[in-house]
Design a protein. Structure first.
Length: 544
């Protein structure tokens, strides 16, 4: 593979959650024309690729992750014509569009499933995963990610179908080659329409064996991914990423093998679940222990070097806002948002920015009735029914609920943050009055302008791309610092993860070079980092 085939290694990817990005027609839901109207904003930010969460026809049970027609656009978001226009307008600005492909399941309203559920003899029946049984006794005790049994009884067939996610998201049967080829044809069709890449949703689950309790990483998984890659991706200059909660470094080497046999990179979560109790689920929280986080990030940096590629991220549409999670969204909101950005952008891999992260958008503290997410609402219903105190349930939601990241994008301090002229589908975070694009564009030291600077810095020196990673004082509980070296330059990144000043004599022991960027406006204090201070230095080797 040539280096140009790996163009995405030097890219920055921006994730758009279409229903919350920009509404052009006043129905309260973001849409494609809204995205087109903001392309100049994204161009000015400096990103190269947009990952678009699903825009396909969908009953919207899981906000589009339940697709009923992969080849058409949901009316909420616009038309196929709008998407063609988006591709063209983005291309004009040198931006590629990565579509979110949900291949593990469809909607129960997809014509394939409507047929499949008619009878056992229907030609589409085997396209989904069915098991015999009797009503009231599901074939296995597998639990759906969104609560309750993962099996649903269909009287017409006298069988259960499997749904790893909601009951409206039946799992496709990847064992059936017809299913696989129908999906490949559909992807190729999108590539012909002008898609620049794909994010593969829940791709680790396509080879599940329910009876063996295997959901992720089934034995046939990488065979299927290789087949998918050969049939749809190879030789087309696309950027691809697979969502894989189960990925470890060894598995990630397969997912992101530089020979291009699978995907460009994998979206793995080991770093971001460091504040969750191992073996539990996302609601089982524990305090973050910084040395452990650094160890995990360091291991991935070293582990994939030369034999895979990292996705760098703090946020997406399923995760809380990072400034509320690991920063301080009160008095140090801007400083800590910038600190976290600095740490991420210094690493090796392709950085992802989730919409609003570049503004330092925060979590919400709404009452339950203001939330919409199926996962969050089901969890609250189950736990309240089981007698959990309301206060505890609300604390969990405010910390981890997916709607924290899904509130409308904050464009200005006009009504509804300039997101819609109508009633937004999800309440706008009231802090939009201060935190919004218009304000941040005007303030030279805003979080937004800091992100712009980080993005352009990455383009200026190859050390960001190929520098070797070495941790500095990995055992310290207060700072996160590391070096990247490529024989020509040394990049040093140091950040204070706390709200108090800390001494950092370590910085004295390394050739620091010039200060590239810092999240405080006034000059640095040599061996001390102010609360949440972050700095990047670049030293360049003398040329002989
Ligand atoms: C992925 C998506 C999530 C969705 C789920 C089911 O995890 O990121 O938003 O609910 O898959 O498609």
């Amino acid at each position: 593979m040539t280096e140009t085939a790996h163009w995405w290694k030097k890219s920055v990817i921006y994730q758009i959650y279409p229903r919350s990005f920009c509404d052009s027609n006043g129905d309260g839901v973001g849409d494609i024309p809204g995205i087109i109207s903001r392309l100049d904003y994204l161009k000015a930010l400096g990103i190269d690729v947009i990952w678009l969460s699903p825009i396909f026809r969908s009953p919207q049970d899981d906000n589009g992750y339940d697709v009923s027609d992969y080849r058409d656009i949901d009316l909420l978001f616009g038309t196929l014509e709008d998407v063609r226009e988006l591709f063209a307008q983005a291309k004009r600005r040198g931006i590629k569009i990565m579509l979110d492909m949900v291949l593990n399941h469809t909607s129960d309203e997809h014509p394939w499933f409507l047929e499949a559920r008619q009878s056992r003899d229907n030609p589409k029946h085997d396209w989904y995963i069915w098991r015999d049984g009797v009503p009231g006794t599901p074939p296995t005790d597998m639990i759906s990610t969104f609560g309750g049994s993962a099996w649903q009884w269909v009287p017409e067939c006298g069988q259960y179908y499997l749904h790893q996610f909601s009951v409206k998201q039946p799992d496709l049967n990847w064992k059936n080659p017809e299913v696989r080829h129908a999906l490949y044809d559909m992807i190729n069709w999108w590539t012909e329409q002008g898609a620049g890449g794909y994010r593969f949703d829940a791709i680790e689950s396509i080879a599940k064996i329910p009876e063996a309790g295997i959901v992720e990483e089934g034995p046939m998984l990488h065979e299927y991914v290789k087949e998918l890659s050969a049939a749809t991706l190879q030789g087309k200059n696309l950027v691809t990423v697979g969502e894989a909660w189960s990925a470890n470094i060894e598995r990630a080497k397969r997912w992101s093998n530089p020979d291009g046999s699978e995907l460009s990179m994998v979206f793995q979560f080991q770093h971001i679940i460091q504040d969750e109790i191992p073996g539990g689920n996302k609601w089982d929280r524990r305090p973050l222990y910084l040395p452990e986080l650094k160890k995990v990030i360091g291991a991935w940096q070293r582990g994939l070097r030369g034999c895979g590629w990292n996705s760098l991220f703090w946020e997406n549409h399923d995760l809380p806002r990072i400034v509320s999670r690991w920063g301080n969204d009160k008095e140090y909101r801007e400083t800590s948002a910038k600190m976290l950005a600095t740490l991420l952008f210094g690493l090796q891999g392709t950085p992802y920015i989730y919409q609003g992260q570049e503004l330092g958008m925060t979590n919400t503290d709404y009452p339950l009735s203001d939330y919409r997410d199926i996962e969050l609402c089901n969890m609250a219903k189950e736990r309240l029914a089981a007698g959990w105190p309301e206060k505890t349930v609300m604390e969990l939601i405010h910390a981890k609920g997916r709607d924290n990241a899904r509130t409308p994008m904050q464009w200005s301090n006009a009504r509804n943050a300039g997101f819609t002229s109508g009633e937004p589908w999800l309440r706008v975070n009231p802090n939009y009055v201060q935190i919004n694009v218009e304000n941040e564009e005007k303030q030279p030291d805003s979080v937004l302008n800091y992100y712009k600077k980080l993005i352009s810095l990455r383009r200026e020196n190859d050390v960001f791309f190929d520098g070797d990673y070495t941790a500095i004082s990995e055992e310290r509980e207060d700072i996160f610092a590391y070096r990247r070296e490529n024989g020509r330059s040394v990049l040093t990144v140091a950040a204070n993860f706390t709200g108090r000043p800390v001494l950092i004599p370590e910085l004295e022991y390394h050739t620091r070079g010039d200060l590239l960027i810092c999240n405080y406006p006034t000059a640095e204090v040599c061996d001390q980092l102010r609360p949440y201070e972050a700095r990047m230095y670049l030293a360049t080797a003398q040329t002989e």
